[in-house]
Ligand binder design. Structure first.
Ligand code: DGL
Length: 277
């Protein structure tokens, strides 16, 4: 017998929506609680310990609000906290993210791959281990795309600034002959059209979200948490920023609505006063 659980998804902001979108596509009946820590966005320039503490409090909050499985829809938080979260919440299944270096290394023909991620993700042990395990013999070029997360949060997906940041990152990589770009930050799938325009045909852009969604489904099945039936699952969005702004962002990025709630950091805990939007 199944006991459907809500999926708890979190990110520093709207980046995790790229993962939410993929999850919703294959698990439409599953309820979702999404937490955007927009008071603290961006995570990528913060110390890993700080992001780990945020992640633990958010996970606690999501579990309190009914999440039975957590998707860390943020490469930075996964780098900083995934290991720690599994130890602190041993009864909860977690799905984390790591830059998709493995599929890139397996399919590159030129043997040259570009990785775009935040500074914190590149610093973490997870990234070093992925490169060591899967990328021997492959030349990896990386860039932190400084400021791109803020452009995406502001909804400027095709502005001069986003274009300049991406051209600066990708031009030297393209000159070296990369044929694959790995999106190692969940915000970046929202600028895929711009990345493809800069890279031109012949460069494969890897968005890990569909693979993460499939892994989420596998874990729900394994733990008997899968929701069945045709009714769309309820979706609640919480933000430590402004819920009205988040509602506009979700609607602009995904053309979709759910219920929106304010959540407030108090010391190292999160409170969610009613009412919601
Ligand atoms: N979307 C996040 C990631 O995947 C965090 C970006 C940020 O807040 O710096 O890394």
């Amino acid at each position: 017998m199944n006991h459907p659980a809500a999926i708890g998804i979190f990110d520093s902001g709207v980046g995790g929506l790229s993962v939410y979108r993929a999850i919703r596509e294959i698990l439409p009946a599953q309820p979702v609680i999404y937490f955007a820590d927009q008071q603290h966005v961006p995570y990528g320039s913060r110390p890993l310990e700080e992001v780990r503490d945020f992640s633990e409090a958010i996970t606690h909050f999501l579990i309190q609000h009914g999440a039975g499985l957590i998707v860390v829809a943020c490469n930075t938080a996964s780098a900083a906290a995934l290991h720690h979260l599994r130890a602190v919440f041993p009864h909860i299944p977690f799905v984390g993210m790591e830059p998709a270096v493995k599929p890139a290394a397996e399919t590159t023909r030129s043997g040259k791959v570009g990785v775009l991620a935040t500074p914190a993700t590149f610093q973490g042990a997870l990234y070093a281990s992925v490169v060591e395990r899967f990328a021997s013999g492959v030349k990896i070029m990386s860039d932190t795309c400084n400021g791109l997360v803020q452009e995406i949060e502001a909804g400027r997906l095709n502005g001069n600034s986003a274009r300049h940041i991406l051209e600066t990152a990708l031009t030297p990589m393209l000159r070296e002959g990369i044929d694959t770009v790995v999106l190692g930050c969940t915000h970046y799938p929202f600028v895929i059209p711009l990345i493809e325009e800069i890279c031109g045909a012949g460069v494969r852009v890897i968005d890990p979200a569909p693979a993460v969604a499939r892994q989420t489904r596998r874990l729900l099945e394994r733990h008997n948490l899968l929701a069945e039936g045709d009714q769309p699952g309820e979706v609640h969005f919480y933000t430590s920023g402004d819920p009205l702004t988040l509602r506009r962002q979700v609607s602009a990025l995904l053309g979709e609505h759910g219920r929106y709630h304010a959540a407030r950091w108090e010391d190292s805990h999160i409170l969610a006063p009613e009412p919601s939007l």
